[in-house]
Design a protein around this ligand. Structure first.
Ligand SMILES: Cc1cc2nc3c(=O)[nH]c(=O)nc-3n(C[C@H](O)[C@H](O)[C@H](O)COP(=O)(O)O)c2cc1C
Length: 204
């Protein structure tokens, strides 16, 4: 009786150790000009300062020719419970490489289908930077719609794959072309990273 209970607790310890060894989150970076980036770079650098177990995949470094290694990407997704997409808002959407990534990686019998739904239950978190100011993202503003409306395609993609769509994290006023100062953008990026880190730490 006694030895049985010892065996169970030993198995539990092994389980806990293995669980701690699994990666906490996957950060997929979709930025075609990361070398010129202020906001996204600052967010990533800030997140890296925290003691989180995060795997970062820079799509443009991995695939400068846009030839995505589908098996490698799917394997990376399977290693994690939380998938974060980090990118600058381009034409009310994500940059092209991230759209391509979804088209090629969220395949039939992987993301959906009778033998699919391999990402079921995983967290899906958008984290992005918006060039223009918040007041322009409303009915009477220059961009007419609120940011959550522009995220609907991602939201439904997550639902379709039976993933857990988390509240997106985004920061406005991050474009130097729109007149924002670099120091101001860096402050916003720091605040953004803080929210992102706390969302990750609050995951069950
Ligand atoms: C091709 C392109 C398209 C953009 N489209 C938008 C847009 O639709 N709405 C917006 O508010 N800002 C837009 N911007 C501004 C970027 O969102 C902004 O510069 C970026 O988020 C700042 O992040 P970074 O410093 O990491 O590049 C666009 C910028 C580029 C280069």
């Amino acid at each position: 009786m006694h030895s049985k209970s010892t065996k169970i607790s030993f198995a539990t310890i092994i389980f806990i150790v293995l669980k701690q060894k699994t990666k906490m989150a996957l950060l997929i970076v979709g930025h075609p000009e990361l070398d010129k980036s202020i906001a996204n770079n600052a967010i990533i650098e800030e997140v890296k300062k925290h003691d989180l177990d995060i795997e970062i995949r820079y799509l443009h470094q991995l695939y400068p020719d846009y030839k995505i290694d589908i098996n490698a990407e799917q394997a990376a997704l399977l290693r994690h419970e939380t998938i974060i997409f980090q990118y600058p808002f381009y034409w009310y959407n994500a940059p092209a490489i991230l759209k391509l990534w979804f088209d090629e990686v969220f395949t039939y019998q992987f993301a959906y289908g009778s033998k699919g739904y391999k990402l079921k239950g995983k967290n899906f978190l958008l984290s992005f930077t918006v060039g223009a100011p918040q007041q322009e993202y409303q009915a009477l503003g220059e961009h007419h719609f609120g940011i959550p409306e522009f995220c609907k395609n991602f939201e439904q993609t997550a639902y379709y794959a039976q993933m857990n769509y988390m509240a997106p994290i985004y920061s406005f006023g991050t474009s130097t072309a729109a007149g924002y100062k670099e120091s101001e953008i860096r402050d916003k990026a720091k605040a953004h990273a803080k929210i992102l880190v706390s969302a990750l730490l609050n995951l069950k």
